[in-house]
Design a protein around this ligand. Sequence first.
Ligand code: PSV
Ligand code: MN
Ligand code: MN
Length: 385
Amino acid sequence: MSDVRAALRQQRIETPSWAYANSGTRFKVFAQAGVPRNPEEKIADAGVVHRLTGVAPTVALHIPWDKVDDYAALAKYAADQGVGIGAINANVFQDDDYKLGSVTNPDPAVRRKATDHLLECVDIMDATGSRDLKLWFSDGTNYPGQDSIRARQDRLAEALSEVYDRLGDHQRMLLEYKLFEPAFYTTDVPDWGTSYAHCIELGPKATVCIDTGHHAPGTNIEFIVAFLLRAGRLGAFDFNSRFYADDDLMVGAADPFQLFRIMHEIVSADALGEDAGIAFMLDQCHNIEPKIPAIIRSVMNVQEATAKALLVDADALATAQRAGDVLGANAALMDAYNTDVRPLLREVREEMGLDPDPMAAYARSGYAEKIVAERVGGEQAGWGA
Ligand code: PSV
Ligand code: MN
Ligand code: MN
C-alpha cells in the first residue's frame, strides 16, 4: 500500500492553457466571467490547480494563442506561480493559407510557412525549457481525387524530418493523430499506425500522442496503449471524454471504466513514473461548466482511475492468466475497479499537506470571486468562434 500511495503522490498531470479560456462549438461561444485575458492569467490559473491538487505541475502552451514577446520571461512567470511550461502545441490550422493543408499542402510556399512555424515552436521550447513539441495536423482532403494521398504522405515526412533534425538532445516530438475533422474524406495522420510509422522513420525522439477523443466509436484504446508501450513509442496522452466525436469533455466523465483500462496498461507496464517519459496531459474545453473546477475535477478523475489501476492485485491477475482462469482474471481487474478509492486519495492529499477535497478548497478560496472582479473581457481559447 505504501507503494500505491507513493505512486499517487508522484503522479504528474499536465493541464492545457486553452482549457482556462473561453471556448465553445462552431454554433456559439458562451463567455464566462473571470476567464484569463492573456497567457500569464492562464498560467496563474494553472498554478491554482496545481496548488490545490499537488499533481499538475506543468501547463501546455498553444502558439500563437499564447504568443508573447519574451518566452523566457513567461517561463520565469510560470515558475513564480509554481508551475513549469509543458508541451508547446503548434498551430498550423487557423490561417487562410491552410485551406488545402499545412505541411501537406500542394503549394510549396504554404508548406514552407507551416514548417517555419513548427521550427519557431522549437525556438520557443529552447526559451521556455519545454521538452515536448506536440503536433496535430488538420491536413487532409474532402473529396476523392482532390489530391494525391501518397504525395501528401511524402510532404508530411519531409516536413517532419526537417523539424526533427532541429530538435535538441533533450527535446521530443509528439505526433498526434485524429480520425477526421476538419477534413472529412482523408486525414493525413488519421490513426496511431500512421503516426507510429512516421515516428519510426524519424527516430527515437519521435513518439505518438494518443488523444482519447480521436478514434472511431468502439476503438479499443487500451490495445493501442499496450502496443505502443511495448514498442517504446508512447510519448503522451491528450485526455478527454467523448460521447460522439472530438467532444473534449472532462476526462473520466463519459467512460471512467475505459480510463481505468488505459491506466491499467500503464501501471502494468510500470510506465506511470516520470522515468517512463510519458506525458499525461489534458486536452479539454469547458464550454458550459466553470473552468478551473472542471480542470480540478478532471485531474481528480485521472487520479481515481490511476489509484484503481494501482490496486489491481498483479500476482492474482498473473496467476489467473497463466492458469487460463478467464473469470478469475477478469475478477482481479473488476475488484480493483469497483473499489472506492476516494478515501485513499483524501489520505494521500493530507500526506502531501493538501486539503483532502480540492473542489471544496477551491470554492472556499475566494479565487473565483477575485478573478471575476479583476478580469474584464476574458480571452477566447482560439477556436469555436
Ligand atoms: C483538435 O482536434 C485538437 O483538439 C487536437 O486534439 C490538439 O491536440 C488540440 O486541438 C490542440 O491543438
Ligand atoms: Mn489533442
Ligand atoms: Mn481534439
